[in-house]
Design a protein around this ligand. Structure first.
Ligand code: ATP
Ligand code: MG
Length: 562
């Protein structure tokens, strides 16, 4: 049985095409690629493309190349290459030996250009960038031919060689394809193939001063690598005729391109250019700020790679653009974490509780289940003593009827512990509650009363003498409107940033076991949410936790009502 036999019903139109190509024998080994430009950090939208390309290669027993489309020396850096390699690996994919750079093909691409000149299909143009734009025409009007268009092959060869040799300045000349200035597809109106850029390239250094345009490099790179299914986003649909033209005129291996809708998510920006602006202008702490839609940011936020893969899978692959509700993403994060995250107790707004009838100096070790969803996660010991902290929100001096937590005279269950009753709220001179005097019922260890009396509320707590201080960073959505780019006339999208996207709680307390949570391990603070030690700032002596996501999941309700 081949891998393809496994695929009874392809999940989307791209997989349907691939399955047919395999079934009809048009394609032997399926070869895909993920082709980022190393000019920033990967974001959630790229994850969709990564999951799709690497996923298809895996499902069909083929291979997926990782290729850097590094044709623009001005914006590209090794830093971005390194981070992208790490992020793809973190997401759970492996390119094996198939790591490539478009810049490795510069000599070949130059040869292709020379071949087009020989065939009378490319010419050196003296028009400036601005003039080329003016000559291009519009969607309704044909373009005009450049005065340089009918240069002889010899003159073109000579000028192109001199462009390469550095005889001209930036922008003085370009090489253009000679196709059709009247084509209804503007991409076919003699597109620029090469430009002069006296800039140092992150890999080829100063070996070149002319660089191929993306459109001249991308399709041929696919062809050179034998990419059977070149899968890209819809905005390149109109470029496909151009890629096919190059393949046809150069007589090179016929890679084929298929387009799918790019990922858009409410409250998120998925564009490197804009993310870069947020970083460079200091609106966030960096590419890995936990509020960023970058894979780095999501990772530091505590989002597991598995949740991102699950999300991409749920979103699916379509042919028309749409916007995905961020709550689906949050739902996927919770779905994975609910299954995998160990539960602990943490108190974000500490309020001291003194158990008046608990012996001074006594400490008990209470048994706490690590993950009720996963019995194999076992249990741990939590110290219990006379003085505790509970969350201030779990106490009300004058509670409404439906409040089942602590209030004067009311009884509540301490998670994994005892039933306690509040006797008195102690206030300071300003009238603020600073301490609760309570009693515990020694017969209720484990949380149940032998007389069967019902206690509805259960709250988390930590032992004051044993708890570890921690800073907790509550992250929220970076933007306060579903479409961050939706701005009134004359407005600026930066005004859509959510001023409350980060709330720092400097004085929290967590149970002692949270001092040993390994890096990048997201845990649940019971009743509060999912948290991860901050990879940059958390240390054994100074714990810092980032909130990944809260516990409340509204996705099921949304899905049911739509
Ligand atoms: P950005 O807008 O973030 O700069 P890009 O398309 O310019 O994105 P590339 O590095 O060229 O960035 O993208 C690499 C691959 O990832 C391309 O094949 C592109 O189609 C795909 N990709 C980028 N953004 C998305 C997205 N939002 N959804 C799906 N695929 C995407
Ligand atoms: Mg791009």
């Amino acid at each position: 049985m081949t891998a393809a036999d496994d695929i009874r019903e392809p999940r989307d139109f791209i997989r349907t095409i691939v399955a047919e190509d395999v079934a009809t024998g048009r394609v032997g080994e399926v070869v895909t690629r993920f082709p980022p430009e190393p000019n920033g950090y990967l974001q959630l939208g790229h994850a969709k493309s990564i999951c799709l390309n690497f996923g298809i290669a895996r499902e069909f027993g083929g291979r997926c190349h990782l290729r850097f489309d590094d044709t623009n020396p001005v914006k590209e850096e090794d830093e971005f290459v390194d981070s992208m390699l790490e992020d793809v690996r973190w997401l759970g994919f492996d390119w094996g030996e198939h790591l490539y750079f478009a810049s490795d093909y510069f000599e070949k691409l130059y040869g292709f250009a020379v071949e087009l000149i020989h065939k009378g299909l490319a010419y050196v143009d003296d028009l400036s960038g601005e003039e080329i734009r003016q000559y291009r025409g519009t969607l309704t009007e044909p373009g005009r031919e450049s005065p340089s268009r009918n240069r002889s092959v010899e003159e073109n060869l000579d000028l192109f060689a001199r462009m390469r040799a550095g005889e001209f300045g930036n922008g003085e000349k370009v090489l253009r394809a000679r196709i059709d200035m009247a084509s209804p597809n503007v991409n076919m109106r003699d597109p620029v193939l090469y430009r002069i850029l006296k800039a140092t390239h992150h890999r080829t250094g100063d070996a070149w001063c002319i660089y191929p345009m993306y459109d001249f490099a991308h399709g041929q790179s696919d062809s050179i690598e034998g990419i059977t299914h070149s899968i890209c986003t819809l905005e390149f649909e109109d470029h496909r005729p151009l890629y096919d033209w190059f393949i046809d005129k150069l007589g090179i291996w016929p890679s084929r391109q298929f387009e799918f809708a790019r990922l858009n998510v409410t409250y998120m920006l998925l564009s490197k250019r804009r993310l870069r602006q947020l970083v460079e202008e200091g609106y966030v702490g960096g590419w890995d700020d936990p509020r960023m839609s970058t894979l780095r940011g999501l990772r530091r936020r505590g989002v597991p790679a598995e949740a991102i893969r699950l999300f991409c899978d749920r979103v699916g692959v379509a042919k028309t653009n749409s916007v995905i509700d961020i709550q689906l993403f949050e739902h996927c994060i919770r779905e994975v974490l609910n299954r995998t995250a160990t539960r602990y107790m943490g108190v974000l707004k500490p309020l001291r509780v003194v158990l008046e009838n608990y012996p001074e100096g006594q400490v008990e070790e209470l048994e706490a289940v690590n993950n009720p969803e996963d019995p194999s996660a076992g249990s741990r010991k939590v110290p219990f003593s006379r003085e505790l902290y509970i969350d201030a929100d779990d106490f009300m001096e004058d509670p409404p009827k439906k409040f089942f937590r602590l209030a004067p005279g009311r009884e509540v269950r301490l998670r994994w512990g005892y039933l306690i009753t509040c006797r008195e709220a102690v206030k300071n001179a300003a009238g603020e509650i600073v301490e609760l005097r309570c009693t515990y019922d020694p017969a209720t260890r484990g949380g149940n009363a032998p007389d069967g009396r019902k206690v509805k509320g259960t709250i988390q707590w930590v032992s004051a003498a044993h708890a570890l201080p921690a800073e907790v960073r509550l992250y929220d959505r970076l933007f306060q409107v579903p479409n961050p780019l939706d701005v009134p006339e004359g407005g600026n999208w930066l005004e859509n940033l959510n001023p409350q996207s980060l709330e720092v709680l400097p004085r929290c307390f967590v149970e002692p076991a949270l001092g040993n949570v390994p890096a990048e391990t997201t845990v649940q603070f019971e009743r509060v949410g999912y948290f991860v030690p901050d990879s940059a700032d958390s240390q054994p002596g100074r714990l810092v936790f980032n909130r990944t996501v809260g516990l409340r999941d509204s996705w099921a309700k949304i899905a049911a009502s739509s």
